[in-house]
Design a protein around this ligand. Sequence first.
Ligand code: PLP
Length: 425
Amino acid sequence: MRDETKCIRSGYTPKNGEPGVMPIVQSTTYVFDTAEQIGDLFNFPNAHMYSRFSNPTVECVEKKIADLEGGVGAMCTSSGQMASLMSVLNLCRAGDSIISAPTIYGGTINLFAVTLKKLGIECIFVDADDDEEKIDAAFADNTRLVFGETLANPALSVFDIEKFARIAHRHGVPLIIDNTFATPILCKPFDFGADIVVHSTTKYMDGHALQGGGVIVDSGKFNWANGKFPEFTEPDESYHGFVYTEKFGSAAYIGKARMQLMRDFGAYPSAHSAFLLNLGLETLAVRMDRYCENAMKVAEFLSRHPMVETVRYPGLKGDKYHALAEKYMPKGSSGVISFDVKGGRGPAEKFMDSLRMASREVHVADIRTCVLHPASMTHRQLTDEQLVAAGINAGMVRLSVGLENCDDIIEDLDKALSSLSSKGE
Ligand SMILES: *Cc1c(COP(=O)(O)O)cnc(C)c1O
């Protein structure tokens, strides 16, 4: 099946006489005929037992997303942040380290640089555009994984997945990609050698700003028995001596994440959340197409506007990351555009306040066009140094182009920008 079809058909296939639409299984528990059957479940979890870590409705969505990414399994989480955290904790313990690009979501920088540090896990940030030898030098014996974002929020740099897969594999560790902005419709990181993908489903996948969520997807391709990951190949005493690579085979990573981390932390979405997420997923392919089309027109308009200093949209010819975007996202580079308003912070804020249709909100990837000022909002906890490393200027506006008529979007932006020049100059 192709992506448009997977969005609609994957994950739930009703049998004779069953509901045509994926049902909401609103139940924490599952009932069995005998005590022995439940006992067996603890030995091998091949049915739902308790909704802290699995549920039939959520499972349908997990299967759909795994299918879209081309993975062997997926696990939904209650937020994108939890997906990123669990993707790391599934491989690391105190004393370990990870390598990440600094051009990632601000919340992830905080999670990696501050919170993981408190847990004894160190994050070493490397410039993603550096050459391979320089990045190689950041690896140590305790390095457990490499992390990057396909299309960075909000710097809109494109991550060279193949280069980093090559480097990570040379050091015997997996590459984890946050594919939130690209979605599997625009980029499939597993095709370029990534091993694990995470998403904030809160963004394009949900698409309607209804509810937060995340997901981790397992490519099934990484060899966990390479000697660096004994937790996968040796008996887990917290789980009846379970050996993940034996029991789950190629899906060892996602199986371990569920049976250890989700069991212990329980950050699992509700069936109702999964149902809403599925509604978004059904139209994901169609929406991504239109987002890209609208954003391209808006980016071209902005790049011609006298009140705009610079526009970052990898789909634009001349953008620093255009060549990488052509390689990794040939169908388009999403609906998100970053641009610097002439004059910096003050004019950027004035521009935002002058918009009449676009929403000022802490969100992105909504059907509604929305704007945000990273330096004073999502990224205000970062130091100036971190801001620069994350690719953010004080006058930068992050614009998430929605699915309204594109002429209305452009008119709104044009009026707000033009009001700056008449007042300011
Ligand atoms: C929003 C976002 C996250 C965090 O997801 P939440 O659902 O808000 O927890 C992670 N990565 C990227 C790229 C994001 O845009």
